[in-house]
Ligand binder design. Structure first.
Ligand code: PEP
Ligand code: MG
Length: 576
C-alpha cells in the first residue's frame, strides 16, 4: 500500500482499477516491448502513417488556400518517404521500443537537426516535422484515447497530465476518478473534472511511475489523497467514508428549493459555471439561478475544425432553453494558454499564458470572433443572454471588442435578424491591470465578473497549473485580496454589477470572506452549489463583515487560510 498526497480538486471518493495514461502532449516516454511484439508495433507504425497520409490528402483536396495546399504537399512528401518509415520501423526492430516512441524520437531528431541549420528555410522546416509527428502520433496515441472512450468497465485514470479536451471526453459512466502528476487547483482539467462530478486529485508528481495498470487505487477527492494498492482494512474504511459522503450530498440536495439567503435575510445569487450546454441542466438540478460563466471555448476542444455559426448558435440556444428567463452569461472564447491554440501552432509560444490568449486571440482572429458574436446575438432573443469578454487588460481592448460587437449588430440589422439590442455587455476582471483600472473600465460595461483563477495567477506570478509552485498559489494571498476589494469598491461606486466566477467562489472556506468583502453574486461549479448555499444560509452578513475585516488586517496567506478554516468550522462544523 502506498499513500500519495496531492491537491484535492474535485470532491468525492472513488475506488477502482486504474488505467494509466502516460503519453502527455505526445511527449512519449521510452518504453521497451517484448521481442515478440515487434511485428505488431511495426505494423502500427505503418498503419499510422497510412491513416495520417489519407487524412492529409483529404484535407489538401478540401483546402482552397494555395499556400496551405503547398504546405500540406510538403508534409505529404514526408509521410510518403519510405526511407523515413524504414528508419522508424528499424528502430522498433533493433531497439524493441513502442511504435509511438520510435516515431516521436526519429522525427524529433530530424526536427532538432533542422532547427540547428543556418539557412532559415531549413530551420523553419523543423516546425513542419513537429506537425507531422503530431499528426502520426494522433493515430497511435489517439487509438488509446478511443479505447478510453469505449470503456466497458469502471476505472480510475492515472496520468502524468490530462488536457482539458481529454478530461472532457471521458465517459462519466466508466471514469470514476482522476489522479494526475501535474496540475493545480484551478487548472482547466481540474475545473472540468469538478463540473463532471468526477473525484480528482492533482499535483501527485511521479504518480504514473508508482502504479501499474490494473492496480486498485483509492481517490480521495476531499482530502487530496491517493492510495495505491490499499489493504482490506483501508478499502473497508473508505467504503464507509464514501457512504457518509453520499449521505451528506443527499442532505445538501434537500436545500435545493430553499433560498440562498443569510440568517439576517440578505439575498445571495448563486449561478453555475458550465463548459457544455448539457451541464446547464445540472446547474438547475443543484438549485442554480442561471449561468454566471459559460466557458464557450470548450466548443472548440473536441474537434479539428472551428465550430460554425450554426453550431455556436445551437449550443447557446440549448443552454438558454434550460433557463428561459434566467440569466445566461456567455463568455466569448477564451482560447490560448492551455487551451487549443498551442497544439495548432507551428512554433509554440514561449510564454503562452502571457501570449496570444483569450480576447487578444479573438481580436486577431476577427472572422472567428464575429462568427461567435453573431451566434450569441441570434440566441439573445431566446432568453436573458449576457455577453462577457475575458482577460481584458486595458480600456482600448474593451473598446475594440465592443466596436466589433457593434459591427456584428449592424450586420444582423442588415440581414434582418432579430436580436436583443439592449444585451448587457460585461468583462472578466482577471488581470491586475484590469483590477487596478476597474473604475475606468466600469464606465463602459454593465457588469464585472472577477476571475480569481487568473487574477491569482497573474498577481502572484504563479502558473495556475504548475504543481512545482502550487503551494505559492492562493487566492487569499493579501495581494490578491486587495485587488478583489478594489474591484468590488469600484464596481459599487460605478453601480456596476459584480460577481465572482473563479474557483474561489466554489471554496466553502472562502465564501464568508467574499460576502464580507461585499459580494452578493457567486458563480460556481454546479456540484458545489448546495454546499455553498448551506454556508450562505448559516451565516449573518455581520459575521462575514467581521471575518473580512480581520482578514484584511492580516499580512500572511498562511494566517489568513487558517483563520478562514477555523471560522468556517465554527459556522458549519459538519462540513469541515
Ligand atoms: C478565472 O480565471 O477565474 C476564470 C473564471 O476563467 P478560467 O478559469 O476559465 O480561466
Ligand atoms: Mg480566466
Amino acid at each position: 500500500m502506498e499513500i500519495k498526497k496531492g491537491v484535492a480538486v474535485s470532491p468525492g471518493i472513488s475506488i477502482g482499477k486504474c488505467l494509466v495514461i502516460d503519453a502527455e502532449d505526445y511527449r512519449i516516454p521510452r518504453r521497451a516491448i517484448h521481442l515478440t511484439q515487434r511485428l505488431t508495433e511495426t505494423q502500427r507504425v505503418r498503419n499510422a502513417f497510412k491513416d495520417a497520409t489519407e487524412e492529409l490528402e483529404k484535407l489538401r483536396s478540401e483546402q482552397k488556400e494555395l499556400k496551405v495546399r503547398d504546405i500540406f504537399a510538403v508534409h505529404l512528401s514526408f509521410l510518403k518517404d519510405r526511407s523515413l518509415r524504414k528508419k522508424i520501423t528499424d528502430m522498433v526492430q533493433d531497439e524493441a521500443v513502442t511504435a509511438e516512441y520510435a516515431v516521436s524520437k526519429t522525427l524529433r531528431d530530424i526536427a532538432s537537426h533542422f532547427a540547428r541549420e543556418k539557412d532559415i528555410y531549413i530551420r523553419e522546416r523543423a516546425a513542419d516535422i513537429y506537425d507531422i509527428e503530431r499528426r502520426v502520433l494522433k493515430y497511435l496515441v489517439g487509438g488509446m484515447r478511443q479505447d478510453i472512450r469505449e470503456l466497458t468497465e469502471e476505472v480510475v485514470i492515472v496520468a502524468r497530465e490530462l488536457s482539458p479536451t481529454q478530461t472532457a471526453s471521458f465517459n462519466k459512466d466508466y471514469v470514476k476518478g482522476l489522479a494526475t502528476g501535474a496540475g493545480g487547483r484551478t487548472s482547466h482539467t481540474a475545473i472540468v473534472a469538478r463540473s463532471l462530478g468526477i473525484p480528482a486529485v492533482v499535483a501527485l508528481e511521479d504518480i504514473t511511475e508508482s502504479v501499474t495498470a490494473g492496480d486498485t487505487v483509492i481517490i480521495d477527492g476531499n482530502r487530496g489523497i491517493v492510495i495505491i494498492s490499499p489493504d482490506d482494512a483501508t478499502i473497508q474504511q473508505y467504503l464507509e467514508y464514501a457512504v457518509e459522503f453520499a449521505e451528506m450530498e443527499h442532505r445538501l440536495d434537500a436545500i435545493k428549493e430553499k433560498p440562498a439567503e443569510t440568517r439576517d435575510g440578505v439575498k445571495v445569487s448563486l449561478y453555475g459555471n458550465i463548459e457544455f450546454p448539457d451541464e446547464a441542466e445540472l446547474v438547475l438540478k443543484r438549485g442554480g439561478e442561471g449561468i454566471g460563466l459559460y466557458r464557450t471555448e470548450f466548443l472548440f476542444l473536441n474537434r479539428d475544425t472551428e465550430p460554425t455559426e450554426q453550431e455556436h448558435y445551437e449550443a447557446y440556444a440549448r443552454t438558454v432553453g434550460f433557463f428561459k428567463s434566467k440569466q445566461v452569461t456567455i463568455r466569448t472564447v477564451d482560447l490560448g494558454a492551455d487551451k487549443y491554440t498551442q497544439s495548432r501552432r507551428y512554433i509554440r509560444e514561449p510564454n503562452p499564458f502571457l501570449g496570444l490568449r483569450s480576447i487578444r486571440y479573438c481580436l486577431q482572429n476577427l472572422t472567428m470572433f464575429k462568427t461567435q458574436l453573431h451566434a450569441i446575438l441570434r440566441a439573445s432573443v431566446l432568453g436573458q443572454v449576457k455577453v462577457m469578454f475575458p482577460l481584458i487588460t486595458n480600456l482600448q481592448e474593451l473598446m475594440q471588442a465592443k466596436m466589433i460587437f457593434g459591427d456584428v449588430m449592424e450586420d444582423l440589422d442588415d440581414e434582418g435578424i432579430r436580436y436583443n439590442k439592449n444585451i448587457e455587455v460585461g468583462i472578466m476582471i482577471e488581470t491586475p491591470a484590469a483590477a487596478l483600472t476597474a473604475s475606468m473600465l466600469a464606465r463602459d460595461v454593465k457588469f464585472f465578473s472577477i476571475g480569481t483563477n487568473d487574477l491569482t495567477q497573474y498577481t502572484l506570478a504563479v502558473d495556475r497549473g504548475n504543481e512545482l509552485v502550487s503551494t505559492l498559489y492562493s487566492s487569499v494571498d493579501p495581494a490578491v485580496l486587495r485587488l478583489i476589494r478594489t474591484v468590488i469598491q469600484d464596481a459599487y461606486k460605478a453601480r456596476v454589477d459584480v460577481t465572482v466566477c473563479g474557483e474561489m467562489a466554489s471554496e466553502p472556506e472562502q465564501v464568508m470572506l467574499l460576502l464580507g468583502l461585499g459580494i452578493r453574486k457567486l458563480s460556481i461549479a454546479s456540484p458545489m452549489i448546495p454546499e455553498i448555499k448551506q454556508i450562505v444560509r448559516s451565516v449573518t452578513i455581520e459575521e462575514c463583515n467581521s471575518v473580512a475585516r480581520k482578514v484584511l488586517s492580516m499580512n500572511s496567506e498562511r494566517q489568513i487560510s487558517s483563520f478562514l478554516r477555523d471560522s468556517a468550522r465554527k459556522i458549519l462544523p459538519e462540513a469541515f
